[in-house]
Design a protein. Sequence first.
Length: 412
Amino acid sequence: MTHQRSLEPASSRRVALGLLTALPLATSGVPAAAPARAADRSGAIPKDTRPGGAYDRYVAKLAAEDRFSGTVLLAHRGRTVLARAYGLADRQRRIPNRLDTIYNLASAAKPFTGLAIVQLAQRNKLRFTDLIGQHLTGYPAATADRVSIHHLLTHTSGLPNFPNADRKQVTHSVEEETAFHNSGHRQVVPAFVPGSKHSYSSTGFSILGEIVESISGLPFHEYIRRNIFQPAGMTSSAYYTRPDWLTDPRIAHPYIYQTDGNRVDGVRNLDAGAVLNGGQGTNAARAFIGSGGGGGFSSAPDLVRFAQALARPGTLLDPAFTEVYLGPKFPTLPLSGRPAPGNQQFAAYGPICGIVDNQRLTTHGGGIAGGNTNWTIYRDGDWIGVILCNYDLDIPAIITAERAAVLDPPTS
């Protein structure tokens, strides 16, 4: 569930971008982003976000062509503007995807890990300058004594994305999965001087999950449940286990594209792995449960609740620490190409943040074999957009369509 390199060689970095893909894609049929403009605070609804608008039509076309299976939602000031669900959550049982279907978020769950760390900092349990070795044992000196919590949060640690990206091992308990990760953590050392540059690292966030456990005294998944999901009212969200994923009718199964053109249920077929774009054969369902590196599950309505909880002082964080969590920390470049003039992207403390068309965005995406996700909070326009899919998907293209719709000039 933390293994996002299953779609293409750079996919686990690609899934985190989200922000600066709002560029013209003339060959894809995706509407180009509108020119830069001042943030609109009038409350008017852009025409392309509405039912029957450009974004609705674009997603419907993908679904009609069997290129999208999942749920999309656009909400403004907490009220749903557009919500659609297409395809099947479970083909064998003929269960359709619904507006409240639950999906594996993959790396789009990393901000929960970052939020847990910021909460612990707010409670004076840690400092962002703390080194790994101050909280965990058994790490090589090059890692324990040089890599800080700040480096892990901002993907500037130099640690590899995953030491065993083409994972074959299937685990059968929380304890076995945790031991698998913790052993892998202790095999890695920085590839460059920590803090000197940005390189996406799921390993770094998995280590942060271990730090959450060490400081809080709770299993990582239980800490997130008590301190994030419950206070935010995210009643469908959890770090579900593989047995949950297999049997719970609310949870969408990942359908992994194969070379023969078929899609295989990754939960029922653990031997099946990704084949698209150089995928390394990984299947997230081989992990019994997710980790700090990703693999939490949520629904579109719950992600709206998460955005609203972040905006309510004291619900998840106090106002000052909310800015610490959401604010830009390290500049990055969009992995899909050169950003549009004036657009900027940064690593925050879990999410990706940036400026698009003169508006502040907070976002994160995720990808596994047979699944892609993305959520975005448009901070200046009071919007949230959610894309949850249980197919292998060209996620930058659909994010671009969402950006174009939300940032389109409003109509009366």
